[in-house]
Design a protein around this ligand. Structure first.
Ligand SMILES: [Mg+2]
Length: 220
């Protein structure tokens, strides 16, 4: 682990589960949608199955378990998620204060998410965080391959004028941690229900509350 004093060139935030406390809400919306289509599934199951995945990556899993899905399903699902996020999503505790502290310390911040562009912008808007990441927001739609591929974190680092090796990624899911590590970044992982050992095994440094983040990055 690097010393906390070595100041990163930029901080690359995942959105869901790091900034937006959205995973449970997203799981509820997906469960509602699938259940309405005659494929009964609980929000808990959805969260377990789909955590950190982009909507297109959900398709093969859904088709394998439930059978063929209409072509317009990803677009409908994305629309429904966007509407609910714009209305109901809340911040992860401590996330807004951590972002404010890092900005006040002059750090460059980017956001890289497996959400659609519209959904990501709805979440950052609702959380009043759009200005913190202005011009440095990346959806899976902005790159060739979503997480767990490194493309999105490479693009985010580039937008900050930084080499990925000099950036710190803040994540919470296994696909996200893999993406950050594959890009060459140091990865801090906020612990929710995933065992710390599992996060460490993927090469992340676990932490327990967003209040700790500025200190871990040598700020405050
Ligand atoms: Mg996440």
């Amino acid at each position: 682990m690097r010393a906390a004093a070595s100041r990163p060139a930029a901080i690359l935030f995942d959105c869901d589960g790091v900034l937006a406390d959205s995973e449970a809400l997203a799981a509820m919306v997906v469960a509602e949608e699938l259940t309405e289509r005659g494929w009964p599934v609980s929000p808990e199951e959805c969260q377990h199955i789909f955590l950190g995945r982009a909507v297109p990556d959900m398709m093969p899993i859904i088709e394998q378990r439930f059978g063929p899905v209409p072509d317009d399903w990803p677009a409908r699902m994305s629309r429904r998620l966007t509407e609910r996020m714009a209305r109901d999503v809340v911040p992860v505790p401590g996330a807004k204060a951590a972002v404010a502290a890092l900005r006040a310390a002059g750090m460059t911040l980017a956001c890289a998410s497996n959400s659609s562009r519209a959904e990501l912008s709805a979440k950052l808007g609702r959380l009043d965080l759009a200005a913190a990441f202005e011009g440095r927001v990346f959806s899976f739609e902005d790159v060739d391959r979503p997480k767990p591929y490194p493309d999105i974190y490479r693009a985010a680092a580039l937008s900050c004028g930084a080499a990925p090796e000099d950036c710190v990624v803040v994540e919470d899911s296994l696909p996200g941690i893999r993406a950050g590590r594959a890009a060459g970044c140091r990865v801090l992982a906020l612990v929710w229900d995933m065992p710390e050992a599992m996060l460490r095994a993927q090469g992340a440094e676990p932490f327990r509350h967003m209040d700790e983040l500025p200190g871990l990055l040598g700020v405050g």
